[in-house]
Design a protein around this ligand. Structure first.
Ligand code: PLP
Length: 428
């Protein structure tokens, strides 16, 4: 198993040995269609079996090059041997004990590391969760509790998860809300990157800033289309929060954990949040999220918030190793290989007008197409060639590979991507 995983990590991918999808994949899909929730937003018929590094093998033995990282999750690559070893060791010792009700050592160990790496000059405390959306819910509750205010501001295009508080804050696609209304009251939306609407419209016509608990913002927009905000915008939000006593909540569930070349995307903008939300890449694929807050905001009393599984020992063990690996080279790799991808994509853009925009930071890169149909066509064409990339927003393909992505893999990915673009451009 170990040998196989090592071989897979260094194998040349893509390598396709069947039609895509192959016969085994089709059998899984047929069963899946009968018994799983039809709400699951499957992008294409990819049926993964195992992965190592940035290569994933499907159930038919086809090797795919992974620009998805399980949707920005497997930061250290698939099945990093040190992460696997940490999980195995922890599983033999203790699989579960609720950290809400008792003092789980590895839970506070992770919180101590988060305090060290939090982009905050004051000491931070953390509440650990099983997912990004739970971290968002925790921040909604804490920001109301700590400020005694009821309203929140968020942005069109933002995605914060699928639970009620999160879909109320989020405003990326109407279908995430359709059939579920009414939403949580008291959330106002402004435009991502806009310098006027909050003050000139919301504060004048809709809500007194003295009643706003927090602004929730993704420092780089994720599901909404991989958008890097304009220069000075994050500073503007910070100043606005300071002026009116509102909290700045940075949702770094997708943009955090070294993906942009810094531990947190907000560090690119020289701004400190009051609360930071982490998830996805924090534990290399084990379910973990974190609400990291300025220590002085954590005024809530015993029992005000908790979770049976949040910060479970296996996820914590994976997180400790993951953070070590990210600090120990993977963040630098994100800068280096991110540059190769970005330059290569700009090159492709110079040859193919189908690419409207190429943008991003580190290994969080978005490629914009003229419309939704072109984006989907390229996404599907890439998949049929063994390259896994995923759409976001209306017309953007995101590249968010594992942070172990190598230069030679970036070069292969670029060549396959260009083929996919060319095939769509020529109508093939
Ligand atoms: N916040 C952001 C910025 C996200 O991108 C996501 C998921 O994509 C979430 C929150 C929700 O995370 P989860 O799916 O783990 O609940």
């Amino acid at each position: 198993m170990q040998t196989h995983a090592a071989d897979l990590a260094t194998a040349h991918a893509p390598r396709l040995v069947t039609e895509i999808p192959g016969p085994e994949a089709l059998a899984v899909i047929e069963r899946d269609r009968k018994v799983t929730s039809p709400s699951l937003p499957r992008a294409y018929p990819f049926v993964p079996k195992r992965g190592a590094g940035s290569v994933v093998e499907d159930v038919d033995g086809n090797l795919f090059l992974d620009l998805n990282a399980g949707i920005a999750v497997t930061s250290t690559g698939h099945a990093h041997p040190r992460v696997v070893e940490a999980i195995q060791r922890q599983a033999e010792e203790l699989i579960h004990y609720s950290a809400s009700d008792f003092f789980l050592p590895i839970y506070s160990e992770v919180c101590q590391v988060l305090d060290r790496i939090a982009p905050m000059s004051r000491p931070a405390r953390s509440f650990l969760t099983n997912s990004g959306t739970e971290a968002v819910e925790a921040a909604l509750k804490l920001s109301r509790y700590a400020t005694g205010r009821q309203y929140a501001i968020a942005f069109y295009g933002a995605f914060h998860g699928r639970s009620y508080g999160s879909i109320s804050l989020g405003a990326s696609k109407a279908k995430y809300r359709t059939g579920f209304g009414p939403m949580l009251p008291g959330v106002y939306h402004s435009f991502y990157g806009d310098f006027e609407y909050i003050e000139n419209v919301l504060f004048k016509h809709m809500v007194n800033p003295r009643e706003v608990a927090a602004i929730f913002v993704e420092p780089v927009l994720g599901e909404g289309g991989y958008v890097v905000p304009p220069e000075g915008w994050m500073r503007y939000l910070r100043d606005l929060c300071d002026e009116h006593g509102m909290l700045l909540v940075a949702d770094e569930v997708q943009s955090g954990m070294g993906r942009t070349g810094r531990m947190w995307a907000i560090e690119h903008f020289g701004v400190e949040p009051d609360i930071l939300l982490a998830g996805k890449g924090i534990a290399s694929g084990m379910p973990l999220g974190a609400m990291i807050a300025r220590g002085d905001l954590m005024s809530w009393e015993l029992g005000a918030h908790g979770s049976t599984y949040g910060g479970n020992p296996l996820s914590c063990a994976a997180a400790l190793v993951t953070i070590e690996l990210i600090e120990d080279g993977l963040m630098d790799n994100a800068v280096e290989v991110g540059r190769v991808l970005m330059e290569g994509l700009r090159d492709i853009q110079s040859r193919h007008p189908l690419l409207v925009d190429v943008r991003g930071l580190g290994l969080m890169i978005g490629i914009e197409f003229p419309g939704h149909d072109e984006m989907v066509a390229v996404e599907q064409a890439a998949f049929r060639r063994g390259l896994l990339a995923l759409g976001c927003g209306e017309n953007v393909i995101r590249m968010a590979p594992p942070l172990v992505f190598r230069r030679d893999q970036a070069e292969t990915a670029l060549a396959v991507f260009e083929e996919a673009v060319a095939s769509v451009a020529s109508g093939a």
